[in-house]
Design a protein around this ligand. Structure first.
Ligand SMILES: Cc1cc2nc3c(=O)[nH]c(=O)nc-3n(C[C@H](O)[C@H](O)[C@H](O)COP(=O)(O)OP(=O)(O)OC[C@H]3O[C@@H](n4cnc5c(N)ncnc54)[C@H](O)[C@@H]3O)c2cc1C
Length: 391
């Protein structure tokens, strides 16, 4: 395995780094706001700025508005964004999941209609998959779309739909034929969120943000042209979406986590325990060393995965990607909490650590092993599809 970067990859890294140095995300101070709406508005401005410079959808093909860079360069790009401390783009679902899907499964007119808005951030997308009775067992979903002349008529309920309150489009997974076996009879639709009959109810998460929502559909009418992929063959599209989601984060997160561990080291040096520096505590040292090792392992693993993906595509290994980084992140966050001690709980005022971000990150990490398939489901997939263990 060759772990070195080619001269052109190095040059690409320099180009990204130089642009981010000249255009720091600090030009949008509201990106760090505690208020979701303020943060989203700043996120739109930041995405527009990056888009204007050609830095959104770098891995998308050029003919679809991307930069057409290789997977390795895409990872380099994410590394540099993380190193510069720039935030995740506001249209993260659109760029990482819907764009690649539309490029693969969309009709030419859908690509022309949707891809530019996804890149510019004018059209933010959410995913409408989970339902109150269909999470891990997604194929049991019940939201119905019935053909009525030239339209689909949608009725049902979705839940945990991230970013739905400020999305203009929903990638909605519906049952179009209840007579077919469970994994058949499912289709995917592009639904404008302002269509009459859609009710959006934001839900408060453990960290206080209302990032995800419950969605109610009461005879919502969309044209037949909303169909993405083939009628009743949407399961294939759903699996592709999940593979994209599971892998993208794992491969792009190493530098974020590296910086997190560096922050833990600083915090341990500053923390005082019974008159001694926190870093003198052997257990703390051991935990930080363990965290450093795990983050390095993720880095090497990512390099190996890039090679595999280039040869064989994403596949079921995306479950390994997701399982490793999310459980590791939770261990890191636990360590951060134990280093900061009671101060981790202070979110404002002069004793607040980093403006309350560590406790927010700790609470946010609890969701990592749930969304995009829980850890138990990833383990089942690995056992079943990779290790070939009996059910
Ligand atoms: C922050 C966040 C954002 C999300 N964003 C979205 C989104 O944008 N769009 C969307 O559609 N959904 C979203 N989800 C929903 C997410 O995909 C589901 O929560 C997840 O798939 C689990 O489904 P569930 O909550 O219904 O739990 P359940 O499926 O009811 O599972 C409950 C428990 O049982 C375990 N379990 C279930 N089946 C098995 C099994 N076969 N073997 C072993 N254990 C099992 C699970 O691991 C879990 O611990 C989000 C969730 C979170 C937390």
């Amino acid at each position: 395995m060759d772990l070195s970067f080619t001269p052109s990859e190095q040059a690409f890294r320099e180009e990204v780094r130089a642009w981010l140095a000249a255009n720091p995300s600090s030009v949008e101070p509201d990106l760090a706001s505690h208020d979701l709406e303020t943060r989203v508005a700043a996120g739109r401005r930041w995405q527009r700025r990056m888009h204007d410079a050609g830095w959104v959808g770098v891995g998308w093909p050029k003919e679809h508005g991307g930069r057409g860079v290789s997977l390795t360069e895409e990872i380099i790009f994410h590394q540099e964004v993380a190193r510069a401390g720039a935030p995740e783009l506001v249209n993260v679902v659109g760029i990482n999941m819907l764009g690649p899907l539309l490029i693969e499964y969309g009709r030419p007119e859908q690509k022309a209609r949707f891809l530019p808005g996804i890149l510019s951030g004018d059209d933010i997308w959410c995913l409408g998959m989970s339902e109150p009775g269909a999470g891990s067992d997604l194929a049991s979903l019940k939201t119905r779309a019935v053909l009525d002349g030239d339209d689909f008529l949608i009725s049902g309920e979705k839940i945990w739909s991230s970013y739905a309150s400020y999305s203009s489009w929903c990638f909605l997974v519906v049952r179009t034929d209840p007579e077919l076996p469970r994994h058949r009879g499912i289709s995917c639709l592009a639904v404008p969120m302002n269509t009459p009959g859609i009710q959006i109810r934001p839900l408060v998460q453990i960290h206080g943000d209302k990032e995800f929502c419950q969605l109610f559909f009461d005879e919502v009418r969309v044209p037949k042209s909303a169909l993405i992929g083939e009628l009743n063959r949407g399961w294939e599209v759903v699996l592709a979406t999940l593979h994209h989601e599971r892998t993208t984060y794992a491969l792009s997160h190493q530098v974020v986590l590296q910086q997190y561990v560096a922050g833990m080291l600083d915090a341990a040096r500053e923390a005082q325990r019974q008159g001694r520096s926190g870093i003198d505590d052997p257990l703390t040292r051991q935990k930080i060393a363990q965290a450093m090792i795990e983050v390095d392992v993720l880095g090497y693993y990512s390099m190996k995965r890039i090679g595999d993906i280039q040869k064989r595509g994403l596949g079921a290994e995306s479950s390994v990607d997701k399982l490793y980084w999310t459980e590791m992140n939770q261990r890191l966050q636990d360590t951060a909490m134990s280093i900061l001690g009671p101060y981790s709980q202070v979110t404002s005022g002069e004793r607040a650590v980093a403006d309350g971000r560590p406790i927010h990150a700790f609470l946010h990490s609890k969701a990592d092993t749930i969304y995009s398939g829980t850890s138990e489901i990833q383990r089942n997939t690995i056992a079943d599809l990779i290790l070939g263990l009996p059910r």
